[in-house]
Design a protein around this ligand. Structure first.
Ligand SMILES: Cc1cc2nc3c(=O)[nH]c(=O)nc-3n(C[C@H](O)[C@H](O)[C@H](O)COP(=O)(O)OP(=O)(O)OC[C@H]3O[C@@H](n4cnc5c(N)ncnc54)[C@H](O)[C@@H]3O)c2cc1C
Length: 435
């Protein structure tokens, strides 16, 4: 399988230009001891570092490339109060008590993200006007109605938008119904990652960039990284970019590519008609369907593309076809940048939290919903490091389970994706054109 870490290109220019300057980083040149070493400088690692440094703990982050280089710097940018699967699936999987706690904690995930942004003054295009989920089929509509009903009963600011209200909110008549969830929002994920890094440094954390951790061994009751940095505790926060550092960790997830695209800025007249309250839009199809407007008037889309393999050439056709179908008023748009990043999927679609050995933890597997979930995971990893395995965490500690069929995962997943694509195409045909 192609290795995520071998990708050459970093986060997209559009995000980098809209981000704060890089945080202060160092090279690991001398022997040093820290209380906690964190491997990976994305949301999981940075949130862990920030929570630990704020508690006065000596912590260092080691990042193979640059801060935010992985999925955190390439995400679509939606901050969601949901996991990939819905409330019923969570209750079935975790049981009523734990399941309910997870549902509630995940629902409060955006609060954590936006509170950190406020408290640390992170400039990352943060908008909290909500998320629009549109129904692309009759079944999708029923699912959205069920979820909206569930959250309304619990007093959450979630509502169904129908017919004219739906058209107005999206700027397109393609869909007849959508759910608007005002708890979520969207942001520049690379800027958010850099902002977390600045806050962690300010609180006392050390960041080592261009520092791939190649060895992790146990010596005299301490962990030793690259034969240079010793630590009492280690957190592995490498998600889809996980290499062979710890046996079986890479084989416990399936890395899959996600793809992002942006246009040149649209004219003000046209830009204002699309998602006028600047919510992000996704729909109920299985494959990627995100659209949002960026603050400088660019349209940002996500679309399905090759799920595996080396960095592909941008496939503008798919995203262009989707945007023409959704917003025919735009005519021909000029696409400007495309990028790709790796999402960590798990077989049951739930994230993982592991104690791999005494004082060695890992949190990963967000299934493309990691901005809030990885920030929460970082808070939990910090609690585990400080309080040990009995500390309360959102997700339970579970044993590491490498997938026996990991080697053939791309073949199986490609088949599944083809099936989803065919199903999505049929639904799209039934939906008809926007008028
Ligand atoms: C295209 C795309 C769109 C997405 N859209 C959304 C979205 O809209 N909303 C949402 O909630 N989530 C989204 N996600 C998912 C989200 O981005 C991830 O779940 C989240 O960023 C994971 O954060 P992380 O810190 O765990 O991992 P990452 O950000 O991937 O960080 C892992 C880091 O570990 C480093 N690393 C790996 N091995 C080593 C080593 N040996 N030594 C040192 N460093 C190492 C890597 O260089 C990398 O920087 C999207 C992801 C992609 C790819």
């Amino acid at each position: 399988m192609h290795q995520p870490l071998s990708d050459q290109r970093g986060p997209p220019e559009v995000y980098v230009h809209g981000a704060p300057p890089p945080p202060l980083t160092q090279m690991l040149e001398e022997q040093r001891h820290v209380s906690v070493a964190i491997i990976g400088g994305g949301f999981t690692g940075l949130s862990t570092a920030l929570h630990l440094a704020e508690a006065g703990i000596d912590v260092a982050v080691l990042e193979a490339k640059e801060i935010g280089w992985g999925a955190s710097g390439r995400a679509f940018g939606q901050v969601v109060p949901y996991l990939k699967l819905g409330e019923q699936a969570i209750l079935r999987h975790y049981g009523n008590e734990r399941g309910q706690r997870i549902i509630d904690a995940v629902a409060a995930g955006p609060d954590l993200v936006f509170e950190l942004i406020m408290r640390h003054g992170i400039e990352c295009w943060a908008i909290r006007s909500g998320l629009i989920f549109a129904a692309h089929s009759a079944r999708g509509r029923r699912d959205l109605e069920r979820r909206t009903h569930y959250w309304r009963q619990r007093g959450a600011p979630v509502e169904m938008l129908e017919d004219a209200r739906c058209t107005e909110a999206i700027g397109s008549s393609l869909y007849r119904a959508a759910s608007l969830d005002r708890r979520g929002g969207n942001l520049n994920p690379f800027a958010y990652a850099r902002g977390l890094a600045h806050a962690a440094v300010k609180a006392g954390a050390t960041l080592y960039a261009q520092t791939p951790v190649r060895s992790l061994t146990r010596q005299n009751g301490r962990w030793l990284l690259n034969d240079r940095l010793s630590a009492d505790n280690v957190v592995i926060a490498t998600n889809a970019y996980t290499g062979e550092l710890w046996p079986g960790l890479r084989e416990s997830i399936i890395p899959m590519r996600g793809h992002g695209f942006v246009t040149e800025p649209l004219s003000d007249n046209l830009g204002h008609t699309i998602l006028p309250e600047r919510q992000s839009l996704t729909d109920t199809r299985q494959l990627y369907s995100g659209v949002r407007m960026l603050p400088d008037g660019r349209l940002h889309g996500s679309a399905h593309g090759p799920s595996f393999g080396a960095e592909p050439r941008a496939d503008w056709r798919r995203v262009d076809a989707r945007i023409r179908h959704l917003f025919p008023q735009l005519g021909a748009v000029k696409w400007q940048q495309a990028w790709t990043g790796w999402v960590a999927m798990t077989v049951d679609h739930f994230p993982r939290l592991h104690e791999l050995a005494p004082g060695l933890y890992a949190g990963l597997g967000y299934n493309g919903r990691g901005i809030a979930a990885a920030t929460m995971m970082g808070r939990d990893l910090a609690a585990l490091v400080r309080g040990g395995r009995d500390s309360p965490t959102v997700f339970p500690l579970t044993p590491l389970r490498p997938l026996r069929w990991h080697g053939i995962a791309p073949v199986l997943v490609r088949g599944l994706v083809q099936m989803y694509r065919a199903r999505d195409m049929v639904d799209e045909y039934r939906l008809g054109p926007a008028t």
